[in-house]
Design a binder for this molecule. Structure first.
Ligand code: PLP
Length: 288
């Protein structure tokens, strides 16, 4: 038999033995936070950031005929991936190795792909925002995923760029970055400007347009050059999770006089008025 044929014949023989196994982990096993469970019962919480925002990394070593292949190299790469996105590898590499060897041994599986997933885990709950002031940055080290790669008008969980930009914001001592869960509105000479492309069509922003229109404030949804942010009279961000959020400093410079501007205030008031307006609301009938 040619080598290739022998390799596959041996593999098929091992598969046939495994198929007859009554072992609870013969169909696959997962190690989740210290527990071994059958693969199809493995779960992570819905509010884990790995699920919510793809804030995770992974690596996949293989086992062939009972031997892990290049396991140290895979662990090294996993560790580097974690460092790159500022995730903490929760266990030392040697500890992970022990768990993997034990896990595969307990499954009895001789040929496998072993996926290691590290997620950010839990973050705080969003909170109602008061009309305070915030600072923002224009991200310098991060570019948004181009619309040709993933359509940003689809509300999506691929937050790799946004998460990275948030770290840049933290490093530069600012709260918010462009677009990380927010739409941005600039005010110049009494007109509100907000980008028409490359962004999610936020529903809070739609409310901004409704309030502005009602109050006779012009809104232009068009291409907005970044430089315009530095010349703006007012800036605010808008999102369901935080409402209308005034930005009074940009890249460390005050936006105009650093106070919340009149148009932002008007939009803020109108936005919260809408929350009691039957045209936009549906009453919850609470059981007593
Ligand atoms: N842009 C992005 C990327 C978002 O993820 C969100 C909300 O999560 C928004 C904008 C604001 O959208 P909305 O006002 O509908 O909450």
């Amino acid at each position: 038999m040619a080598t290739m044929e022998r390799v596959f014949a041996d593999y098929n023989a091992r598969k046939a033995i495994l198929a007859k196994s009554k072992h609870p982990f013969a169909d696959g096993v997962a190690w989740v936070a210290g527990e071994l469970v059958p693969l199809h019962e493995a779960k992570i919480p819905l509010i884990d950031q790995g699920f919510l925002h793809s804030d995770s990394t992974y690596d996949v070593p293989s086992v062939w005929d009972g031997l892990f292949f290049r396991l140290d190299d895979h662990l090294e790469r996993l560790s580097l991936s974690c460092t790159e996105i500022r995730l903490h590898l929760p266990l030392p590499k040697e500890g992970i190795k022990k768990i993997l060897l034990d896990m595969v041994s307990k499954s009895g599986i001789k040929d496998a792909f072993v996926e290691l997933i590290v997620t950010r885990g839990f973050k705080g709950e969003p909170e109602m925002q008061l009309a305070g002031t915030g600072s923002a940055i224009i991200a310098r080290t991060v570019r948004s995923i181009p619309p040709g790669s993933f359509d940003p008008t689809v509300k999506n969980l691929q937050w790799g760029d946004l998460t990275r930009a948030m770290f840049e914001a933290q490093d530069r001592d600012a709260n918010l970055t462009e677009g990380s869960g927010f739409n941005i509105c600039l005010v110049k000479d009494g007109v509100i400007y907000t980008p028409d492309r490359g962004v999610l069509k936020g529903l809070t922003r739609r409310s901004v347009v409704d309030v502005a229109t009602k109050n006779g404030v012009e809104v232009r949804v068009e291409v907005v050059p970044v430089e315009m942010a530095y010349k703006a009279d007012e800036i605010f961000m808008c999102t369901t999770a935080g409402g209308i959020m005034p930005i009074t400093s940009l890249d460390g410079q005050l936006v105009k006089d650093g106070k919340i501007g009149p148009i932002t205030k008007k939009i803020w008031d109108g936005y919260w008025e809408m929350h009691a307006d039957p045209a936009y609301t549906i009453k919850v009938d609470y059981a007593t």
